[in-house]
Design a protein around this ligand. Structure first.
Ligand code: ADP
Length: 623
């Protein structure tokens, strides 16, 4: 691939990468990531494990036991489980205000005072700050943990909880974390900016992000079952064996009744049924108890992954073509779709949208780029090569004719004693033919040297009119042979600075082309016009003409139009490319206008100094 094409290709891939990364941040991208996460979550649950916690829930029936006062129910429940052997008791009920009935609060405070490893709840209310338990309750708590939930912005699903939550003044660890710490008998949580450690368990999560913990929800057996073993307050009262279920467990107390629990949220297992907050907290605790965490892929690694996919897709379509490339490109897309699944199996959460978009876009655009740009360039090179070969063929053929003549004549001269007149005729012929040969070779060399910029241009002043006259003289025979009238208007007295011979080559080439590509008995006109600082010299014919597409190509080396080839006129297709280069080297340019079947007009525009006399037009010279 050429430098420019390669740079274009890389830019396209870089564009794909940027677009994919941006897509990852759009609502659609984030939602796609979340949906894939939920899907993988459901199809790949971790191995079943006995629960370490129990929810002691206030369900509908518990509210029908004579009171709807949650504090009263909790107080009675705590009294009932006293001595049941719970490792810790976490009460997910906000107790920020005193109850209307002081006796209820007093009974609850007494129950709290008798509860070992008690965790009470604090919640952060936006624009208000922390709501924490009132002093009579807080006094008995071994810890206060926050129960603030952070549902995802776009779909309100709780996929993670913040292990640490702080406002400007105070911070709390999550209730599940405090319950875990107390159950493990740990005194404190040690922390650094990237992780925390409690009782030998290291939990990753940046402090700056609130130390998010992806909750590994337990799968409920049926959609409406509780995911964590549930004992209701009603059962506690009516079934003497119910309290045995709390032994050695961490007990999460909260409202589970649909009619009363306000803190209900969707989870990946919700299937339309929001889960009560206490169940989410119990699941967060179970995640800690399991000790195997889902870790999101870092942003840097995710970007790198997208970059790799784009680079691989680019490489595939650069190296290969056809079905092999399409197959490999398809594989990239499959890899991007499979990576989240394979990652999830290893507890790593991959983003889905950005890599998938990166693979699709890069493979798609790389394929399109290859198809439209590179293949086209290749086709052009191929065409150029074919034309080059044709031209070489022609040149070799052209060289052979003078060579044969030179060879034959020199042999005759050496072998026989020829009359003086014949000898001199042959010597002249040898001279003429070798000059023709030299010119042919020179032309080819000139093209190469001119295009490589290796040719030293002479810089001498010469009158353009003189050069035009020489050329007109040279094309005379050719024009006469086809009965073409060459008409020339008076050429202004313009002095050009540059290489006279090359300029002659250029004008001669335009004139011979005009004659070559015109039918017999037509007219070729040559005229000039002066403009500030330059002279315009036009050669107009009534020949075969060219269409738009052909006009774009005629200055390319070895290009010949189909009509020119069909005309039977010999040519190499390099003349115009040399003319263009000659003019460029003189600080000028060439313009062309043409209509198929009507004729063409080539105009050379050359910087020149013009003698200060009025421009004259036409003193037609018919040759
Ligand atoms: P060639 O040796 O074929 O004449 P040139 O480089 O001089 O090569 O011209 C390139 C091609 O441009 C020609 O082969 C012909 O197809 C087209 N061309 C040039 N001049 C004319 C013209 N006056 N009229 C029509 N076609 C032209």
């Amino acid at each position: 691939m050429k430098g420019r094409t390669l740079a274009g290709y890389i830019s396209v891939l870089a564009g794909c990468l940027c677009l994919s990364l941006l897509f990852g941040f759009t609502t659609l991208g984030v939602q796609l990531d979340n949906d894939v996460y939920d899907f993988l979550f459901r199809i790949h649950p971790p191995p079943e494990m006995a629960a370490s916690s129990v929810i002691l829930g206030i369900d509908e029936r518990s509210f029908q036991m004579g009171t709807r006062n949650v504090r009263k129910i909790v107080a009675e429940g705590l009294e009932a489980i006293e001595g049941a052997g719970a490792r810790a008791v976490a009460v997910d009920v906000i107790l920020a205000e005193p109850d209307d009935d002081a006796a209820v609060d007093q009974r609850l405070a007494q129950a709290f005072a008798r509860t070992k490893n008690l965790v009470l709840a604090a919640d952060m209310i936006p624009r208000k700050g922390w709501e924490r338990p009132i002093e009579p309750f807080a006094r008995s708590a071994a810890a206060i943990g926050h129960v603030h939930s952070d549902p995802d912005f776009y779909d309100n699903v709780v996929r993670h909880i913040s292990l640490e939550k702080m406002d400007t003044r105070s911070r709390y660890w999550a209730m599940a974390l405090e319950a875990y710490r107390l159950a493990k008998g740990a005194q404190q949580i040690t922390e650094d900016p990237g992780s925390i450690e409690v009782s030998g368990l290291r939990i990753g999560g940046r402090q700056s992000e609130g130390r998010p913990l992806l909750v590994r929800y337990r799968r409920p057996v049926e959609a409406y079952d509780s995911s964590v073993p549930l004992v209701t307050f009603w059962e506690l009262k009516h079934d003497p064996k119910a309290r045995e279920k709390l032994k050695d467990k961490v007990v999460f107390i909260g409202v589970t009744a649909d009619s009363a629990a306000q803190d209900r949220h969707m989870t990946p297992y919700s299937f339309g049924r929001p889960w009560p907050g206490v169940e989410i907290n119990a699941n967060a605790f179970e995640t800690l108890a399991r000790g195997e965490f889902l870790r999101p892929l870092g942003n840097g690694v995710a970007v790198l992954f997208c970059l790799l996919l784009a680079a691989a897709a680019g490489l595939v379509f650069w190296r290969w073509s056809g079905w092999l490339a399409y197959l490999s490109g398809g594989t990239m897309v499959i890899v991007s779709a499979l990576a989240p699944y394979l990652g999830f199996r290893n507890d790593i959460v991959f983003p889905y949208a950005a890599p998938f978009a990166s693979a699709w876009l890069s493979a798609g655009l790389a394929a399109a780029y290859q198809h439209f740009v590179v293949r086209r360039a290749l086709r052009r090179t191929q065409e150029e090569k074919e034309r080059y070969q044709k031209a070489i063929h022609f040149v070799v053929h052209e060289m052979r004719t003078p060579l044969t003549a030179i060879q034959g004549s020199s042999e005759l001269l050496g072998r026989y004693k020829l009359p003086e007149e014949k000898r001199s005729e042959m010597a002249k012929m040898i001279n003429a033919e070798s000059k023709r040969l030299a010119r042919l070779i020179q032309t080819f060399l000139d093209v190469e040297r001119l295009s490589e910029g290796e040719m030293d241009l002479k810089r001498e002043p010469f009158p353009l009119r003189e050069v035009v006259e020489v050329c007109l003289d040279r094309v005379k025979t050719l024009a006469e042979r086809k009965k073409i009238g060459v008409q020339c208007a008076e050429i202004q007295d313009a002095t050009v600075i540059g290489d006279r011979e090359l300029m002659e080559y250029a004008i001669y080439n335009l004139l011979t082309n005009a004659i070559k590509y015109s039918p017999a008995e037509t007219r070729v006109s040559l005229y000039s016009r002066v403009e500030p600082g330059e002279i315009r010299l036009s050669v107009q014919d009534q020949g075969i003409g060219m269409d738009e597409k052909e006009l774009k190509n005629i200055f390319r080396k070895f290009y010949r139009t189909k009509k020119a080839e069909a005309s039977g006129e010999v040519g190499t297709g390099i003349g115009l490319s040399i003319v263009e280069q000659i003019l460029t080297h003189h600080g000028g340019r060439i313009e062309v206008a043409s209509t198929v079947g009507v004729g063409s007009c080539f105009t050379m525009v050359v910087p020149a100094t013009v003698s200060p006399r009025p421009a004259e037009v036409s003193r037609p010279v018919q040759i």
